[in-house]
Design a protein around this ligand. Structure first.
Ligand SMILES: NC(=O)C1=CN([C@@H]2O[C@H](COP(=O)(O)OP(=O)(O)OC[C@H]3O[C@@H](n4cnc5c(N)ncnc54)[C@H](OP(=O)(O)O)[C@@H]3O)[C@@H](O)[C@H]2O)C=CC1
Ligand SMILES: O=C/C=C/c1ccc(O)c(O)c1
Ligand SMILES: [Zn+2]
Ligand SMILES: [Zn+2]
Length: 356
């Protein structure tokens, strides 16, 4: 892939809502003055990749190359790009564009821009479909590229670009970053395990709330959780009423909210992360009689992503990953959907035979 030439890349794309990926060759736009051309090294597999490739939200366009936890090497920069240099290790997440003029954009929370452009399954300003990081290369506007700190292994950094910032951002935004708080992490998966790590690093007492007992030992001994609740264990849940300042809810499917609202203290916050395309429900006294808050949160800003990466480097936080080659990506997606990963699959893209 020469400098300035048309860039033909190979990714693995879903062709339909079966979500099965296969090799797909396409071209990237010519390098614009503000573009960074990234040779992809690693890409995390987020549960959102399943939602999108399987059209769970009814907005999927095919062929779709997923992947928004991207770490790679800069191979070319546009004429206006000063912050990045060839050879540098960089990252890209869920968003690759925004309007730069609206309130959220001017407030540096561009992820909430109504004209945001998604890394994949969207249309770029040049009219072409955006494709993600399950591919040999990406081209991204430098404003949506972050530096990977030298102290973070690239493969470890990949899940931080979505899972990491997705928990870091709401903890900071909702005033939940100070030490001594009692937090709950509902669903111990890719986002959830980074929630435990980051909340512990902020000095919180952290309780994992899980759908089974299977992850108890790892949660307590490897991730450093202080407590572990199985959501179906009514006695244990009853023993934890009114005990948590917040819960980060990462469950990716429809689920009741009231058992978790009951765990919150007065003024507690339930922060919804899961991408669920069915209405959730609760009776209003469940929030009134404790002045509790139910909120959502969406990834984090580029500024927060860079801040989070440096937070993780400084505190030696890593993600717990299982590395796979692209040839095994469909099996990995199936295992992820079966809740059979500890805790994030990361594709060794540069080490894969993409044309398999
Ligand atoms: N809002 C945002 O910005 C973001 C949203 N997301 C969304 O958050 C959700 C989680 O993403 P991710 O962490 O990658 O997903 P994972 O699949 O890695 O983790 C989800 C966890 O939820 C629990 N879970 C899974 N299925 C069920 C079920 N049927 N009932 C109850 N609990 C279940 C499991 O934890 P356990 O075994 O402990 O029960 C599982 O590990 C997804 O919907 C994803 O799309 C992801 C990133 C950003
Ligand atoms: O995993 C990152 C993206 C999450 C997401 C949140 C909300 C939404 O509507 C999506 O399509 C994706
Ligand atoms: Zn994600
Ligand atoms: Zn905007």
């Amino acid at each position: 892939m020469g400098i300035g030439s048309e860039k033909t890349v190979t990714g693995w794309a879903a062709r339909d809502a079966s979500g099965v990926l296969s090799p797909y060759t396409y071209t990237l736009r010519n390098t614009g003055p503000e573009d960074v051309v990234i040779k992809v090294l690693y890409c995390g597999i987020c549960h959102t990749d399943i939602h999108q490739t399987k059209n769970h939200l009814g907005m999927s366009n095919y062929p779709m190359v997923p992947g928004h936890e991207v770490v790679g090497e800069v191979v070319e920069v546009g004429s206006e790009v000063k912050r990045f240099t060839v050879g540098e290790t960089v990252g890209a997440g869920c968003i690759v564009g925004s309007c730069r003029e609206c309130g959220p954009c001017k407030s540096n929370i561009e992820q909430y821009c109504n004209k945001r452009i998604w890394s994949y399954n969207d249309v770029y300003t040049d009219g072409n479909p955006t494709q993600g990081g399950f591919a040999s290369a990406m081209i991204v506007d430098h404003k949506f590229v972050v530096k990977i700190p030298a102290g973070l292994a690239p493969e470890q950094a990949a899940p931080l670009l979505c899972a990491g910032v997705t928990v870091y951002s709401p903890l900071k935004h909702f005033g939940l970053a100070e030490s001594g708080l009692r937090g709950g992490i509902l669903g111990l998966g890719g986002v959830g395990h980074m929630g435990v790590k980051i909340a512990k690093a902020m000095g919180h007492h952290v309780t994992v709330i899980s759908s089974s007992d299977k992850k108890r030992t790892e949660a307590m001994e490897h991730l450093g959780a202080d407590g572990y609740l199985v959501s179906s264990d009514e006695a244990a849940m009853a023993g934890a009423l009114d005990s948590l300042d917040y819960i980060i809810d990462t469950v990716p499917v429809f689920h009741p909210l009231e058992p978790y609202l009951s765990l919150l203290k007065v003024h507690g916050k339930l922060i919804l992360m899961g991408v669920i395309n069915q209405p959730l429900q609760f009776v209003s006294p469940m929030v009134m009689l404790g002045r509790k808050t139910i909120s959502g949160s969406f990834i984090g800003s580029i500024e927060e992503t860079q801040e989070m990466l440096e937070f993780c480097e400084k505190r030696g936080l890593t993600s717990m990953i299982e590395m796979v080659k692209m040839e095994g990506v469909n099996e990995a997606l199936e295992r992820l959907e079966r809740n059979d990963v500890r805790y994030r699959f990361v594709i060794d893209v540069a080490g894969s035979q993409l044309d398999a």
